[in-house]
Design a protein around this ligand. Structure first.
Ligand code: ADP
Ligand code: MG
Length: 314
């Protein structure tokens, strides 16, 4: 658990973080969102002690972070940033193994860990371990950055706009991978973004900060349905709220158990937002649905976008 208590930090007399308090539970995926300059990066840097607060305290697993040794913090907190920060003259293997090497792991253990992480992030180890950062695409560099943050198996992962510079396709696939890593590893993740769709796609809790203070926090749905002020409304995009709400639910939650109908099927693990798009582009009122094995799973009707079929008489 991470407990941030009334932390303040200013630079040259200007407050970047103002008496901010926040608790993040073990295994939680929390998103810090805010405009540029709102204090997001500063908050992450306070968590891993790249910066020290002017006042207030931060506890990790019940112990003030100033009482953890630098090694302990390095092992327990992984950090990934947008500009990746890979060392250009180090190979992929050396970059990923940087923290384990600092922690004096044996060479064979580091090599095995690098292979394991490259595989996890879909970079074939034999092909990639000896490359240098400039021999990688942006998306591959970002994967290596994530692998490096995971290297010493930290229980907390801090990610500062890790996918910011990527094209939408690569970005979506890395988001998916990160969601899977979170699901299987149970790690605590705090991710910073200014992209509301990324926040909604990934976060269990979204925390909007402005001028170094928390403006609103809550589950994605609450954020969309009850924005507390104009800033939040602007962030969630008033005219797109309905579409974003559809993005939070899966077709599987609404599909009707009916015999298959003709047409190109849509997968039950797609979102209702994707279904809306299919309805509109194909000019259809109903779509055949298949499960993850491609087997018929029923039919989704346009009206089902509004609610569960079982709740209403037909
Ligand atoms: N090292 C620094 N020196 C002086 N000012 C800084 C420093 N780091 C951040 N700031 C200022 O603190 C505020 C918050 O910055 P930052 O946390 O980087 O915002 P964000 O990541 O949300 O864009 C900004 O006004 C920024 O200019
Ligand atoms: Mg920043």
């Amino acid at each position: 658990m991470i407990e941030i208590s009334e932390v303040s930090k200013s630079f040259d007399g200007r407050q970047a973080i103002s008496e901010l308090s926040l608790t993040v539970n073990n295994g939680e995926f929390a998103i810090l969102i805010g405009t540029s300059g709102s204090g997001k990066s500063t908050m992450l840097k306070l968590l891993n002690r790249l910066l020290e607060p002017d006042s207030g305290g931060i506890r990790l697993h019940g112990k003030n972070i100033v009482e953890h040794s630098p090694e302990q913090l390095r092992r327990r907190i992984g950090y990934a940033i947008q500009s990746v920060g890979l060392f250009p003259h180090w190979t992929v293997e050396q970059n990923i193994g940087a923290v384990p090497a600092l922690l004096k792991w044996p060479k064979t253990r580091i090599r095995d860990r690098v292979s394991e992480l490259l595989e996890l992030l879909h970079l074939p180890p034999d092909e990639f371990r000896h490359r240098y950062p400039d021999q990688l695409s942006g998306g591959q560099q970002q994967r290596v950055g994530v692998a490096r943050a995971l290297a010493a198996d930290p229980d907390v992962l801090l990610m500062d706009e890790p996918f910011g510079a990527l094209d939408p396709v690569t970005r979506a696939s890395l988001q998916q991978e990160l969601a899977n890593i979170h699901k299987v590893s149970g790690k605590t993740i705090i991710l910073v973004t200014h992209d509301v769709d990324e926040a909604l796609a990934l976060g269990e809790r979204i925390i909007l900060i402005d001028h170094g203070r928390i403006v609103q926090q809550g589950a994605p749905r609450d954020f969309l349905l009850s924005p507390e002020n104009d800033l939040v409304r602007e962030f969630v995009g008033q005219s797109d709220i309905g579409i974003r709400l559809l993005g939070l639910d899966k077709i599987a939650d609404r599909v009707r158990a009916q015999p298959a109908i003709p047409g190109e099927p849509i997968r039950s693990n797609s979102t209702l937002r994707e279904a809306l798009s299919a309805f509109v582009t194909r000019k259809e009122h109903s779509l055949p649905v298949v499960d993850e094995h491609g087997l018929p799973a029923g039919v989704l009707h346009f009206a089902d976008l509004l609610g569960k079929p079982s709740g209403r008489p037909r």
